[in-house]
Design a protein around this ligand. Structure first.
Ligand SMILES: NC(=O)c1ccc[n+]([C@@H]2O[C@H](COP(=O)([O-])OP(=O)(O)OC[C@H]3O[C@@H](n4cnc5c(N)ncnc54)[C@H](O)[C@@H]3O)[C@@H](O)[C@H]2O)c1
Length: 461
């Protein structure tokens, strides 16, 4: 998906359009207009909020690029006709991804979408069908795969260090800065985000699918919202909930107050654009109308026979995760402590510091040993930078981990969360194949064989 060669043999820049011009789109705009400007050009910008369209066009000026044409959402089709992009990048709120992906593919464009690919089974079917019908390329940007410590875990598992993997324990913790942020805006309603089982856990279920080289078969789940509630606000001595932080009468007393006006970037992107669409970036985290969970558990079966025990908690004392793989030759334990993240503010998530990563292998018998972690600096543990390089200047020969993800990986990861949401409603185990039948397996690199002879563990005297 980078520069390509025309019939006359000369190298041309690929033409990109972006729809959805909030904070996340910026990494793509900046990548196209700065480090990859010799291979890519931005020709169209589209958003439902006209002020954010203007802001993004201003950004092009600051990037020293030719300013792309801007369009409001109702003119998306016109944008495709007039600007003729080769690739459309979709970075809208989750519930609209499917519509732009399908329309762009139908118009002959390749597409790149932010995670989650979409939020429910019907929308997922529409994307998968459109991809098959149009034969266009659909890429899902799973940046977590690219962060070096997570690629290193893939390397260790592929190399058979712990044999074949029979079960996994995976626990993801969001602290009360990052975690609370999902309860402030569109993420806090399932109809817009699918809840954290889809919106957030798509990263986690994709990592597991990819680490194991497996596809999920069935899911059972439990979940509740017990922290971000009006009752917790009362117990913390507030009289609220109120509508939002910006006008909150208790801003001096609430430890969850977010001052949009204090961060120039957040102010410009959200506060100053509100008049056009009423999108408040700082709604009260204690509101009663929130309908997503803050505490989730799931049990998942995989086609390799492996099983997963997963949890996600959104009000934790620290941010990061711990995952343990139980294999036929031993156990791999991997923990990452991440730093605080407030989307769009100055305090973005930093690189994963070497001392925040712990990867350890414990053979069935004998002493365990620590693995020196692969690390990198930059957002999302260094994953964003490597992923952008792989999008705009790819070298497939060096990707032995097959980190490029398409709509199949996008679907398999969200379907675990979509099945979990259904299991929450029914209390029953949900089969993934009942949600989107006939979904193909992604192209995973080979994993250790399940039939090769196993070494006999040494006898303990
Ligand atoms: N991979 C990652 O680590 C990562 C990190 C952050 C966000 N994301 C994803 O990026 C996407 C955007 O997230 P964000 O934080 O930038 O959100 P945001 O709310 O800041 O931006 C969303 C944008 O979509 C626009 N929009 C909403 N409805 C629209 C419509 N119908 N048509 C056109 N535009 C519309 C909004 O006006 C807004 O500008 C989400 O899917 C999110 O999950 C991924």
């Amino acid at each position: 998906m980078s520069a390509f060669t025309s019939k006359s043999g000369e190298s041309q820049r690929r033409r990109y359009a972006i729809v959805g011009l909030g904070s996340r789109h910026e990494i793509y705009q900046d990548a196209i207009e700065q480090p990859y400007a010799d291979r890519a050009q931005l020709v169209g910008l589209c958003d439902s909020n006209v002020a954010r369209v203007d802001l993004a066009r201003e950004r092009s000026k600051k990037n020293g690029a030719v300013v792309p044409l801007g369009y409001v959402a109702a003119d998306f089709g016109r944008m495709l006709k007039e600007t003729k992009p080769d690739v459309v990048i979709v970075t809208t709120a989750d519930f609209m991804h499917h519509e732009y992906l399908v329309r762009a593919m139908e118009a002959g464009c390749d597409v790149i979408t932010e995670k989650p690919m979409t939020i429910d089974a019907e929308k997922c079917r529409q994307i998968v069908d459109a991809r098959r019908r149009t034969s266009r390329n659909c890429r899902v940007t799973f940046n977590y795969r690219y962060s070096p410590p997570r690629s290193q875990v893939k390397e260790l598992l592929m190399a058979g260090e712990i044999g074949e993997i029979l079960s996994v324990d995976f626990h993801w913790l969001l602290n009360t800065h990052h975690g609370a942020d999902y309860f402030r805006r569109w993420h806090s309603h399932k109809q817009f985000s699918g809840g954290l089982f889809v919106h957030k856990a798509t990263h986690h279920f994709d990592l597991i699918n990819w680490w194991l080289g497996a596809t999920p078969v069935s899911v059972m789940a439990m979940g509740k919202r017990e922290f971000y509630t009006p009752a917790t606000a009362k117990r913390m001595g507030l009289t609220g909930p109120h509508e939002r932080c910006h006008t909150c009468p208790e801003k001096d007393r609430c430890g969850f107050y977010m001052d949009l006006a204090a961060f120039p970037h957040l102010k410009a992107l959200y506060l100053d654009c509100e008049a056009h669409d009423g999108y408040y970036r700082d709604r009260c985290v204690w509101r009663p109308d929130i309908d997503i969970e803050d505490t989730m558990n799931a049990l998942v079966n995989y086609d390799t026979g492996a099983t997963l025990s997963y949890s996600l908690n959104a009000f934790n004392a620290w941010e990061g995760y711990t995952v343990s793989f139980n294999g036929t030759k031993g156990r791999l334990e991997h923990t990452i402590v991440e730093s605080t993240y407030i989307n769009g503010a100055e305090t973005v998530q930093g690189g994963i510091a070497a001392n925040g990563v712990k990867t350890r292998i414990i053979p069935l018998r004998g002493a365990g040993y620590d693995i020196t972690p692969w690390t990198a600096e930059g957002d999302h543990g260094g994953g964003d930078r490597l992923m952008l390089q792989d999008i705009f200047a790819p070298d497939p020969s060096i990707d032995r981990y097959k980190r490029v993800a398409d709509e199949r990986a996008g679907a398999w990861s969200i379907l675990v969360g979509i099945a979990a949401n259904r299991s929450l409603q029914t209390g029953a185990k949900v089969n993934i194949n009942d949600l989107v039948p006939g979904l193909e397996r992604p192209d995973y690199p080979p994993m250790p064989s399940r039939t090769e002879p196993l070494p006999m563990p040494i006898r303990v005297k």
